[in-house]
Design a protein around this ligand. Structure first.
Ligand code: NAD
Length: 297
């Protein structure tokens, strides 16, 4: 077994994550379809390969950080037959639970160990090495993966078997989408009632309405100086990424028969917000939608 790691998908998240593995002393081989991602990875000490099949040669661990389930299925289907038994595959992308379980099965049938390990913490957390990993897979795979994940994150949570990391991620982000919409609505109502932002914050942040969307990510400027509202709603966490996660939660709800009416409503709201051209803004900018002052962009 070798300590070298193959990293596929060196974009906004994967690039800095792979760079942290290099800083931790690992030999990291990398592959990405985009030239810009390849160039910045090379500058961070990642050894570039020309294909998915080349990048895994001589490695014992393969990490993928790709846009969506279809990319992960395609990449894993290509590379799994070329891997030696005992190789550990970790997919850190945010994808649908069904595809996550499919790729676990595909690789374990070939004698590999597998983890789904989606993250929260955004590009800032990826650069700082402070991501939270929500991990699904066997205890054996988890034990192998933890020392590597610890070089890229500060919290590693084993959520259960195959697909459990993705399940935890979309449930958490469904809560976040719903609470942000609720908090934004409440601030708009407060404005109409002549209540100051600070007064609502002082009450709700210490009362039963308290949640992360108020205390850390307050959607109005002022009460929480570090929230994106103070910076023209520059993301942070873009509305289009929130929409992606809400849609994944609704696919999972449909497939599993769960009733999630508030998640469905939040997905619709963020869908409209994106259609109006605001997908690139931070997701807390949804407050402008409730104020009725967003324009088609
Ligand atoms: P990104 O678009 O910046 O990076 C994805 C990279 O994958 C791109 O560089 C692209 O060229 C590459 N790629 C696509 N198909 C490929 C293939 N077949 N082979 C090799 N490379 C390929 O996206 P990102 O922001 O880094 O997000 C990656 C994943 O992390 C997504 O699933 C996203 O939902 C999730 N995520 C993102 C954030 C965030 O704040 N950006 C936060 C948490 C989770």
């Amino acid at each position: 077994m070798t300590d070298a790691i193959a990293f596929i998908g060196l974009g906004n998240m994967g690039g800095p994550m792979a760079a942290n593995l290099v800083k931790a002393g690992y030999r990291v081989k990398g592959f990405d379809l985009a030239e810009a991602a390849r160039n910045s990875a090379a500058a961070n000490g990642i050894e570039l390969s020309l294909s998915v099949k080349d990048v895994v040669v001589g490695t014992g661990t393969v990490i993928t950080m790709l846009p969506a389930g279809k990319h992960v299925l395609s990449v894993w289907s290509d590379l799994v037959p070329t891997l030696h038994a005992g190789t550990l595959l970790i997919d850190c992308s945010t994808i649908d639970v069904e595809t996550a379980r499919k790729v676990h099965a595909l690789a374990t049938e070939n004698g590999c160990l597998t983890l789904d390990g989606p993250v929260s913490g955004g590009t800032g957390g990826a650069a700082a090495g402070t991501l939270t990993f929500m991990v699904g897979g066997s205890k054996e795979a988890f034990a192998r993966g933890v020392p590597i994940l610890q070089k890229m994150g500060k919290r590693i949570v084993h959520c259960g078997g195959a697909g459990s990391g993705q399940a935890a991620k979309i449930c958490n982000n469904m809560i976040l989408g719903v609470t942000m919409a609720g908090v934004a609505e409440a601030f708009v109502l407060a404005e109409k009632l002549g209540l100051s932002h600070q007064a609502l914050y002082d009450v709700a942040s210490t009362s039963s309405g308290q949640c992360w969307s108020i205390t850390t990510y307050c959607p109005v400027p002022g009460p929480v100086p570090s929230s994106p509202a103070n910076n023209g709603y520059k993301p942070g966490f873009a509305a289009s990424l929130m929409l992606k996660d809400l849609r994944l939660s609704q696919e999972a709800a449909l497939a599993s028969g769960a009733s999630t009416p508030l998640g469905a409503e939040a997905a619709q709201l963020y869908g409209l917000f994106e259609q109006l051209g605001h997908g690139g803004e931070d997701f807390s900018a949804i407050i402008n939608f409730f104020r009725g002052n967003v324009k088609a962009g």
